[in-house]
Design a protein around this ligand. Structure first.
Ligand SMILES: Cc1cc2nc3c(=O)[nH]c(=O)nc-3n(C[C@H](O)[C@H](O)[C@H](O)COP(=O)(O)OP(=O)(O)OC[C@H]3O[C@@H](n4cnc5c(N)ncnc54)[C@H](O)[C@@H]3O)c2cc1C
Length: 607
């Protein structure tokens, strides 16, 4: 069983991706060029990534005192990825890109996430370089971004610190002007940075000639004090090795030192590091302090960083989805081959009969259909969001603005929903394998360990929930929420006329009304402490409603297709979602609407 037919169906039968070639930017593209990209990525993922997924898990990165050592397979896989041109797929032709729609780029990258998420397919490097293409100077684009797109350099994002994770306003990394004339450096205003950055993915390795760190730091005021809050945060390019304005390495190391590698539960193929900036281990021109170049305006660092974080959040959602999908396909294969137990018959189980394969048991089918509903639904959501990114960049002004607002509301769901439910899918995949699933002889435990990260990084579940209920559904007078409700109602209107889908259309209408009422009730007192006490149950209910909408919309496309096993499966996954999952929102929204304080009000001593 392969992922490709699902991707093709979603891209071509549901999202009509080839219609994008009607836009000037994508005029040279067609289904043929999209297929060629998908074919190449599928092949590289199959040959260079999938066979080594266990290798990168067991051969964790290690530091030999000088260098971080990674398996040869990681070097080979990343080289093949860079050579495919995927790092710059979305860029203009004139800088060597393919002007590929993001919808197709995201679909193509899904193959790598499924084959080996932690070998990585350059999400951080592309995100880092994309940010510089928007906020950097011409020199910063040429020297840093273009060398990242070519695969010569790689990128990181350095936000978190040991004492500042969710609360980035508390970062204490300092950046001070680097001597007289600091403003006239050709690579941008030059500063010296000192501080520690924790959890930095791909922060140290020998995979590329250089590593370009994008670092959040504060510039002290005239009294040497750091400006409190996020307003004081600026963004800096800090290369591991110093480069000249022609992009050549000068031979001098920048003052960025590896303080240690973190030993993770999963996702072990990517290094994770504590980095010390400016401690003096590698003085630059005899002086301690990491050399960094300001990106954009001072004090606007978080704004610039959000450019990278929004893309990264869709990427995280896609990674979670594809880990779920990998577990689904592995457990489907296992269930088709594992004989165990006998069928329930009118006369009870007959021990004289041969055992059946476990896929014949209703409960195993339930676990398979749950995984299919979670993972294919999540894939559809991620591709829908990717399509909105293309709308935002290439549609007429009004459509583009709608896409922007819809993305604001949907991004917390795109990041969080697969992180929770495709992780649950991985748990079900282990369950289907029984005891074997709990061993390292089968791949499913690794998928679960790899996936467990996704509810933590790029904004934890709790932080995403507060972003949704505390900001996104309220922003611009609630316009984003109204727009989303409008899209959901359009789907309901189409489905209500299809007898097989009409009941589901009604159920979705009721769910939408419940979410709307709960949003109002949560904010009825206007007190964030009341409204946000149950932000996570709100996120869960909102996410399930969005997924029910996505499934109903996908079901409309499936319904219109000729009879096939795939069509039967898609319609069944939609029904599963409506029968087994959507009713859960009642319990979640109950505590939201009543502003239940059971958790929030409990004194610490009572735990
Ligand atoms: C493997 C891995 C890779 C990572 N890669 C990177 C990277 O490349 N770059 C980078 O900058 N960072 C990276 N991170 C850091 C990641 O983004 C943080 O771990 C995350 O933001 C949470 O911060 P924290 O770990 O300090 O937890 P905390 O912020 O201490 O949170 C702990 C718990 O408290 C909850 N909590 C915190 N504040 C609130 C609040 N106000 N209200 C309600 N609940 C709250 C959280 O939801 C969470 O459940 C990575 C982390 C990991 C584990």
């Amino acid at each position: 069983m392969s992922l490709r037919p699902t991707v093709d169906f979603l891209l071509y039968d549901w999202l009509d991706a080839p219609a994008l070639s009607g836009r000037e930017r994508f005029a040279d593209h067609s289904r043929e060029t999209f297929d060629a990209v998908l074919d190449t990525c599928e092949r590289i993922a199959r040959e260079k990534y999938a066979p080594f997924n266990r290798v990168v898990d067991t051969q964790e990165p290690h530091f030999d005192g000088e260098k971080v050592i990674l398996p040869q397979a990681t070097h080979d896989a990343q080289k093949a990825y860079a050579e495919s041109g995927m790092l710059s797929a979305a860029q203009d032709y004139e800088v060597g890109g393919m002007q590929l729609p993001y919808t197709v780029e995201a679909a193509a990258n899904a193959f790598f996430a499924m084959a080996s998420v932690s070998i990585g397919s350059g999400m951080l490097t592309t995100g880092n370089a994309n940010l510089l293409m928007v906020h950097g100077t011409e020199a910063q684009k040429n020297v840093f971004a273009l060398n990242e797109f070519s695969g010569r350099f790689s990128g990181t994002m350095c936000l978190s610190e040991p004492q500042a994770g969710s609360s980035l306003s508390d970062v204490t990394t300092r950046a001070v002007p680097d001597g007289a004339g600091f403003e006239s450096d050709p690579l941008g205003p030059r500063y010296r940075l000192k501080g520690n950055k924790m959890w930095i993915s791909a922060g140290e390795h020998e995979l590329t000639e250089n590593i370009i760190h994008l670092v959040l730091a504060k510039i002290p005021d005239e009294n040497g004090k750091l400006v409190p809050g996020t307003r004081g945060i600026s963004l800096f390019i800090v290369p591991k090795k110093i480069v000249n304005p022609a992009g050549e390495l000068t031979g001098e190391r920048n003052d960025v030192a590896l303080a240690g590698l973190n030993h993770k539960c999963g996702w072990r193929g990517t290094t994770n590091t504590l980095l010390n900036f400016g401690e003096g281990k590698y003085p630059v021109q005899g002086e301690a302090g990491a050399v960094g170049y300001l990106v954009g305006q001072a004090g606007k660092g978080l704004h610039c960083m959000f450019h990278m974080m929004n893309e990264a959040r869709i990427g995280v959602g896609m990674a979670a989805t594809m880990l779920g999908m990998a577990g689904y396909l592995a457990s489907l294969d296992y269930a088709k081959n594992r004989p165990q137990g006998r069928p329930m018959g009118p006369a009870g189980k007959d021990p004289a009969q041969p055992p059946v394969r476990i896929i014949e048991h209703a409960d195993v089918k339930r676990m398979l259909l749950a995984q299919k509903a979670y993972c294919e639904g999540a894939l559809a959501l991620e591709l829908y969001c990717a399509r909105l990114v293309d709308e935002q960049h290439t549609a007429d002004a009004a459509t583009a603005d709608d896409a922007r607002l819809l993305l604001e509301v949907l991004t917390p769901i795109a990041k969080s929903w697969p992180s929770e439910w495709c992780l649950e899918a991985n748990s079900l995949a282990i369950q289907i394998h029984g005891g074997y699933g709990y061993t390292r002889d089968f791949p499913v435990e690794q998928y679960w360990r790899d996936n467990r990260l996704n509810m933590i990084h790029e904004g934890t579940h709790g932080i995403q929930a507060m972003d949704l209920l505390g900001r996104k559904v309220l922003m611009e007078g609630g316009k984003g929420l109204s727009l989303l409700a409008g899209r959901i109602n359009e789907t309901i209107q189409r489905a209500i006329h299809v007898p097989e889908l009409a009941a589901h259309a009604n159920a979705l209408g009721q769910a939408l009304a419940q979410v709307g009422a709960a949003t109002k009730a949560a904010w009825a007192t206007g007190e964030p402490t009341d409204a946000l006490a149950n932000a996570v149950p709100y996120l869960q209910a909102f996410g399930h409603t969005v997924l029910a909408w996505i499934w109903l919309d996908v079901a409309l496309a499936a319904h219109a297709a000729p009879e096939s096993n795939a069509r039967t499966g898609r319609l069944a996954a939609m029904r599963f979602f409506f029968h087994y999952e959507l009713p859960k929102i009642g319990a979640w929204l109950q505590v939201v609407s009543s502003r239940d304080q059971t958790c929030a009000a409990l004194p610490e001593e009572a735990f």
